[in-house]
Design a protein around this ligand. Structure first.
Ligand SMILES: *[C@@H]1O[C@H](CO)[C@@H](O)[C@H](O)[C@H]1NC(C)=O
Ligand SMILES: *[C@@H]1O[C@H](CO)[C@@H](O)[C@H](O)[C@H]1NC(C)=O
Ligand SMILES: *[C@@H]1O[C@H](CO)[C@@H](O)[C@H](O)[C@H]1NC(C)=O
Ligand SMILES: *[C@@H]1O[C@H](CO)[C@@H](O)[C@H](O)[C@H]1NC(C)=O
Ligand SMILES: *[C@@H]1O[C@H](CO)[C@@H](O)[C@H](O)[C@H]1NC(C)=O
Ligand SMILES: *[C@@H]1O[C@H](CO)[C@@H](O)[C@H](O)[C@H]1NC(C)=O
Ligand SMILES: *[C@@H]1O[C@H](CO)[C@@H](O)[C@H](O)[C@H]1NC(C)=O
Ligand SMILES: *[C@@H]1O[C@H](CO)[C@@H](O)[C@H](O)[C@H]1NC(C)=O
Ligand SMILES: *[C@@H]1O[C@H](CO)[C@@H](O)[C@H](O)[C@H]1NC(C)=O
Ligand SMILES: *[C@@H]1O[C@H](CO)[C@@H](O)[C@H](O)[C@H]1NC(C)=O
Ligand SMILES: *[C@@H]1O[C@H](CO)[C@@H](O)[C@H](O)[C@H]1NC(C)=O
Ligand SMILES: *[C@@H]1O[C@H](CO)[C@@H](O)[C@H](O)[C@H]1NC(C)=O
Length: 537
């Protein structure tokens, strides 16, 4: 029965006609995630403190429209926003519904964020910039405030359209996170707000959601969805919902276990998911762990999921402590950001990452972006801009050249050790060769020789705008220093990127750092690299 349902869903997905962006088109995008309440105010002011992070800080869709230059300026080509529908208005012991996840009416908009016309304006404005519009949706539950008497005394008549108890699972607390029946059928976190768990196995619920999502996608010209808590709804519900939506979806499957994660894709339940497998290893690899672990999970994900290019590659989101919460070293943050943009998969950057915000657990990780003054000089803003631009350019150039597309060409690891992950991505002639380092800004000066080009290629390093020539084995000599990442492209492609107006020739040895570092320091670190290479071999 389940198999038959799945088959029908997959078949209808294949037959479905839609003008919406396909999974393949989404793979070439780069997504910036916005928590609407915390991104921009309608009047553009940047002074509201927003220090009570459980309450509304009053960002809006219009505020976002007015700050799209800031997002597009970093090279992003898609924007993900908080759920748009009406939420409960109660001021509860767990705060306000500023995040949008406490929906009580799917057919009304969240007036805190704006009006129908303002949401339409956001969609139009994104499309006029050739950016995709991705909206977060909740399918696991509807919400109602309650007084912490159990079972929660829900007044179902107040909920739209699921206005009767028959649409919900009988109350039980989620207590067994290893038992799918338990975490799919019971109610999540019943405290202050009851998240009445929808009976997503039921035909009427499936149909009502189908009608709703078709309407939402079409009314607001939505190009893609994030499906909140996808792991907590019935598996068979997901492909039918995605097929009804007719657009690409990233479903939240929060687990670092390959065997639990990848089946969502290989069984055809979801086209993509935020890549939680790599997420945990990115965090650990940059916090005293080994880059080998990141490389290993990347290989496992490739072996077990069928399309890692459709996974969202991220290191921060609104649910996890920010990267800088663990370690606020700027070089580490720059490397982590570089990795997710240069990796296979759809880069997915959470607002504030570019400003090196450092909040911890929710809601501390939901700081207002206006407090940064939208500083486009911030180091990580510039990092995102450089790498998104390089990636976007390679995507465009490979499309024009008719070669294997940049995104379809899987990244190949060239050199991996405890401290480095060096890779090449993109077909020959359009590749980006990069090295990600976890040594932090206290890392010393040394050189690394890494391949990925053809003999004699003229190349340019995008962060330093220095040029050099690949050796007769196609290697470039990278002047590593202060834990900075490196990203090289062919000089012949530089013009198309618009990056590095002026370039200088890299010094043959190590980019001019030899003198300062002193000979002994350099040989010490060369020794470390040689030792690391020996371990690898
Ligand atoms: C948001 O608006 C509410 C209601 O007008 C107000 O009480 C609150 O102070 C505002 N929050 C901020 C951070 O401006
Ligand atoms: C939540 O707000 C509604 C509407 O104001 C109100 O009727 C209800 O009593 C509130 N619930 C709680 C638990 O305070
Ligand atoms: C979940 O873990 C608990 C305790 O480790 C165990 O008793 C239970 O059988 C497990 N449930 C499933 C479905 O594996
Ligand atoms: C899993 O959870 C369901 C629902 O709570 C429960 O009925 C069942 O006994 C659990 N299974 C195991 C193996 O614990
Ligand atoms: C459910 O969980 C809440 C905490 O989330 C707890 O306070 C409550 O006692 C639990 N109720 C039942 C019936 O298990
Ligand atoms: C979409 O628009 C139609 C026509 O106005 C309306 O009937 C429907 O309820 C809307 N759906 C949603 C989800 O907004
Ligand atoms: C992955 O598997 C799903 C389900 O079988 C299928 O729909 C999808 O096309 C596959 N993707 C790739 C890239 O093979
Ligand atoms: C913007 O960021 C740059 C780089 O961190 C810094 O030098 C500058 O002071 C910031 N500008 C403002 C207005 O904060
Ligand atoms: C890539 O091509 C698109 C569509 O022509 C264009 O809008 C965009 O500016 C190009 N991006 C880069 C970085 O060249
Ligand atoms: C060239 O780079 C590769 C890694 O891509 C490395 O294994 C090899 O040792 C380098 N060759 C030389 C001559 O340094
Ligand atoms: C760089 O591009 C500009 C405009 O696209 C063109 O006029 C110029 O000739 C190009 N320069 C080189 C060196 O290719
Ligand atoms: C690079 O050149 C472009 C076009 O001439 C210009 O808009 C931009 O400001 C220059 N950037 C730098 C860093 O000089």
């Amino acid at each position: 029965m389940v198999a038959a349902t799945l088959f029908l869903a997959v078949a209808s997905a294949l037959l479905g006609v839609s003008n919406a962006a396909t999974t393949d088109e989404w793979k070439s995008r780069s997504i910036y995630q916005v928590v609407v309440d915390r991104f921009a105010k309608t009047d553009g002011s940047t002074t509201a403190t927003c220090d009570e992070l459980y309450l509304f800080c009053n960002g809006s869709w219009t505020g976002l429209v007015n700050q799209l230059d800031y997002i597009q300026g970093m090279g992003f080509t898609a924007v993900q926003i908080s759920p748009v529908v009406h939420n409960i208005e109660n001021d509860t012991i767990v705060g306000d519904a500023y995040h949008g996840y406490w929906q009580d009416d799917l057919y009304a908009l969240n007036e805190h964020f704006g009006t129908k016309d303002e949401l339409l304006k956001l969609s139009d404005e994104l499309h006029s910039r050739d950016m995709y519009f991705l909206v977060d949706v909740v399918v696991n539950n509807m919400a109602q405030a309650f007084d912490n008497t159990y079972p929660p005394p829900i007044d179902y008549a107040l909920i739209e359209p699921f206005d009767n108890q028959e649409y919900y699972h009988t109350y039980c607390n989620v207590t067994e996170w290893n038992n799918s029946t338990n975490y799919q059928d019971c109610w999540l976190y019943p405290l202050g707000v009851a998240l009445a768990d929808l009976y997503t196995e039921k035909e009427t619920v499936i149909d009502m959601f189908g009608t709703w999502i078709k309407g939402l996608v079409s009314n607001y010209s939505i190009d893609g969805l994030r499906i909140d808590a996808a792991k907590h709804v019935d598996n068979a519900f997901l492909p039918t919902f995605v097929s009804n939506a007719g657009v690409f979806a990233l479903g939240e499957v929060l687990t670092g276990v390959v065997e639990n994660f990848c089946p969502y894709q290989t069984d055809g339940l979801l086209p993509g998911m935020p890549n939680y497998l790599e997420y945990y290893k990115i965090i650990s690899s940059f916090n005293d762990g080994s880059m080998d672990d990141l490389n290993t999970i990347r290989n496992q994900a490739r072996d077990s999921c069928n399309d890692t290019a459709a996974l969202g590659s991220f290191v921060e989101n609104h649910d996890m402590p920010r990267f800088a919460y663990y370690n606020d070293d700027m070089a580490l943050a720059k490397n982590a950001l570089s990795y997710i943009i240069l990796n296979d998969g759809i880069p997915l950057v959470y607002q504030g990452q570019e400003q090196h915000y450092s909040g911890g657990d929710t809601p501390l990780n939901r700081e207002a972006i206006w407090l940064s003054g939208y500083n486009t000089s911030a180091e990580l803003y510039q990092t995102a801009k450089t790498l998104n631009t390089a990636r976007n350019t390679m995507i465009n150039l490979t499309a024009t050249a008719g070669t294997t597309s940049y995104v379809a060409s899987q990244a190949q690891s060239l050199h991996v050790d405890t401290n480095h992950l060096c890779q090449v991505k993109g077909p020959s002639g359009y590749q980006i060769v990069s090295c990600i380092v976890n040594l932090s800004s206290t890392g010393s000066s040394y050189t690394l020789s890494i391949g990925g080009f053809e003999a004699g290629d003229e190349v340019v390093e995008l962060f330093s705008c220095t040029t050099s020539t690949a050796s007769n084995t196609g290697n470039v000599t990278m002047a590593m220093d202060k834990g900075q990442p490196k990203a090289y492209i062919l000089q012949s492609n530089l013009n198309a990127t618009g990056l590095c107006n002026t370039t200088t020739e890299a010094s043959a040895s190590s980019g001019g750092n030899l003198a300062r570092g002193g000979a002994s320091g350099v040989s010490l670190f060369l020794g470390v690299v040689v030792a690391a290479l020996m371990v690898v071999m």
